[in-house]
Ligand binder design. Structure first.
Ligand code: FAD
Length: 614
């Protein structure tokens, strides 16, 4: 107990606790202050909100903007778009709710100093595509963070939240969270009646394409470690669509984005022999998914499918035809600037590989899968919908409240609502915060009670990896392999291998089936058992250890959901080899799971999809 006795415990009381200060967390913190002038609003972040989350290094486009002031799009149009892209399955109530509020959030960004490109003739925001507007976005995150900093009673940076706390007086009610300061090692107990989880998505669940010298390079932020899912899962919240992992077509080796290239520069793809190939796979895809292939725009997963099939047929690599567009000096500048504002690494990779897109058409590749709820995919928590719009079956409490009382979510955390992106995540944070403030006000003087025994026990659990290391390291005779513990990096690589080989990763061309999933679950179970013996050399490794714990739990959820849905709904994201076709008769529905932390069992069920917009 030597490690524990010296550890300080810091107690923080608040009315609204926001976990994660990324786009959704900043939106939540900002809005909570607006509705809760006198409330104590705390934001806790494992990095520093100034440059944290998926927007840390900036963006070149805001991908979700209706343009209602110019009658460019209406919220219903966005619902139709997201529904089509997700092969029919989205929470239309939640999507509509974001779409109707997102423009005002973007206007706030501009007011706070974000440079948005404008058409000099019309004065309107310059569009990259139907939903995207172009920004000079290197400082997007600091601008948004400033608003949150000014709104919060206090922002606690460098604290990784590991567990939620439950109310000891009322079952199924949240009461706060615990975590540790990754720099000082202090243990934190946050007590709060309303908790908003906004902790981002999950990378490094699957083995990445970039290994060895490139390890750490991923498309989604490498620090997005699945806390958004693990925290609610452990608290017993229901999750939805966790099988709906995303695979992205990106420039090879740097994961550079292709959106501006397709939409703005009007570049296109071809196979290794310079031929158009998508039409070759039309009949094959129609056979799998029926009329969904005829929809416009073609759903993202189906475009991946054509690439994968063409490569499997031996006609890869697929290349982006940039040589034509880059003859225009304006387009050439846009092409490079697109990376400088968002993915500088891609420009560096091209320079290092002698690729000048003016003279060489660069290769594309499909990424390893990621789990997230805000991009062209919608994994996450099952949340109550807006009072004025959600069908009664989707309403059991406050807007964006999960199936645990007082527990809210936004951004990547919330499932069923694809295509919210940075602006929609911020807007959803605002929506969740308004509801959370109402929840706190309705509670009046009543407050959930935190059990001292619970957080004292968690303190022991949280620092156990350091204890394991301290004791076990004496047995090492050479290298880093100990008979008594595994290191976080070893556990991570084991997880990525299991998910890759058994749950549809890159090495199997995203293919899986029931026997593979069954074995994958067995191996995940063994990994979970070994995580009791994880060793952490220092606080940095302790953070890695808890990130791994969160990733493993989210992976288990993904595997159970993939097993439950006996169809291939999104070819190009993953395939069930034993159920290769889309099956609208049995599976035009959401999948829901609930984890029982006492027994370790997962309960699965279906929930109906309501089409509210015609
Ligand atoms: C490569 C890439 C390109 C993108 N391109 C665009 C684009 O062009 N346009 C666009 O609009 N959107 C884009 N997006 C999407 C956008 O970034 C996300 O939709 C948005 O950031 C999601 O918001 P969030 O708050 O849910 O997650 P994040 O913004 O990632 O924030 C999550 C926060 O939680 C913190 N956190 C995590 N775990 C814990 C924990 N246990 N304890 C405490 N804190 C924790 C993280 O440090 C982080 O600050 C892109 C995303 C990526 C990765």
């Amino acid at each position: 107990m030597g490690l524990l006795s010296g550890r300080k415990t810091v107690y923080v009381d608040s009315d609204v606790l926001v976990i994660g200060g990324g786009m959704a967390g900043c939106g939540a913190t900002y809005e909570a202050r607006y509705w809760g002038r006198d409330l104590n609003i705390v934001c806790v972040e494992k990095a520093n909100i100034e440059r944290s989350g998926a927007v840390a290094q900036g963006l070149y486009a805001i991908n979700c903007y209706m343009g209602m002031q110019w009658d460019e799009n209406q919220p219903e149009d966005h619902v139709r778009y997201a529904r089509n892209d997700l092969m029919g399955l989205v929470r239309e109530d939640l999507g509509y709710d974001i779409a109707r509020h997102v423009d005002s959030s973007v206007h706030k960004f501009e007011e706070w100093g974000l440079p948005i490109m404008k058409d000099p003739e019309t004065g309107r925001y310059m569009r990259e595509g139907k939903w995207q507007i172009m920004i000079h976005g290197e400082s997007y995150k600091p601008i948004v963070a400033e608003a949150a900093r000014k709104a919060a009673s206090k922002v606690y940076n460098r604290i990784m939240v590991t567990h939620l706390l439950m109310d000891k007086t009322k079952a199924n009610r949240v009461a706060g969270a615990v975590g540790f300061n990754v720099r000082t090692g202090d243990f934190y107990v946050f007590r709060a009646p309303a908790v908003i989880v906004a902790a981002g998505g999950a990378s490094h669940i699957y083995k990445p394409r970039a290994v060895g010298e490139g390890m750490g390079r991923t498309w989604y932020a490498p620090w997005s470690s699945a806390s958004a899912y693990a925290l609610p899962i452990l608290a017993g919240a229901k999750m939805t669509q966790m099988e709906n992992r995303i695979v992205l077509t990106r420039f090879k080796d740097g994961y550079g984005p292709v959106g501006a290239y397709f939409l703005h520069l009007k570049t296109y793809t071809e196979n290794a022999y310079g031929d158009e190939y998508e039409s070759n796979w039309y009949e094959n895809t129609k056979e799998l998914v029926g009329d969904y292939i005829d929809r416009h725009p073609v759903p993202t997963c189906l475009r991946n499918h054509a690439i994968l099939e063409e490569i499997k047929a031996g006609r890869g690599p697929i290349r982006m035809v940039t040589k034509e567009a880059f003859q225009d000096p304006h387009k050439e500048t846009i092409g490079w600037e697109n990376f400088l504002g968002m993915t500088i690494g891609q420009a560096v990779v091209w320079a290092s590989q002698n690729i000048d897109p003016k003279h060489t058409n660069p290769e594309l590749t499909t990424s390893e899968p990621y789990v997230m709820g805000s991009h062209a995919t919608c994994s996450g928590a099952w949340a109550s919908g807006p009072e004025d719009y959600a069908p009664s079956e989707y309403q059991w409490g406050y807007n964006r409240m999960m199936t645990v009382d007082g527990l809210f979510g936004a951004g990547d955390t919330i499932g069923g609502t694809a295509h919210k992106f940075s602006s929609g995540s911020f807007a959803e944070g605002r929506i969740a915060a308004k509801a959370a403030v109402n929840y706190v006000k309705d509670l009046g003087k009543e407050r959930p009670q935190v059990s001292e025994a619970e957080y004292q026990n968690l303190k022991k659990v949280v620092f156990q990896p350091m204890e394991n290391y301290e004791v076990g390291r004496n047995e090492i005779v050479a290298g880093t392999v100990s008979p008594s513990y595994i290191l976080p990096i070893h556990g991570l690589q084991r997880l990525e291998k299991i998910m890759d080989e058994y749950v549809g990763g890159i090495s199997s061309h995203y293919m899986t089936n029931e026997p593979l999933l069954t074995r994958g679950l067995e191996l995940l179970g063994m990994l979970k058992a070994d995580l009791n013996q994880i060793g952490a050399e220092d606080l940095h490794q302790l953070q890695r250890a808890w990130e791994l714990q969160h990733r493993v739990l989210a992976s288990e959820s993904v595997t159970h959901h993939t097993m439950f849905r006996t169809e291939t709904r999104w070819p190009g994201y993953y395939y069930r080899g034993d159920h290769m076709k889309l099956d609208d008769k049995d599976w035009h529905c959401f999948t829901l799971s609930q984890y029982d932390r006492e027994s370790g069992e997962w309960a699965m069920e279906k929930a109906p999809v309501y089409h509210i917009v015609d």
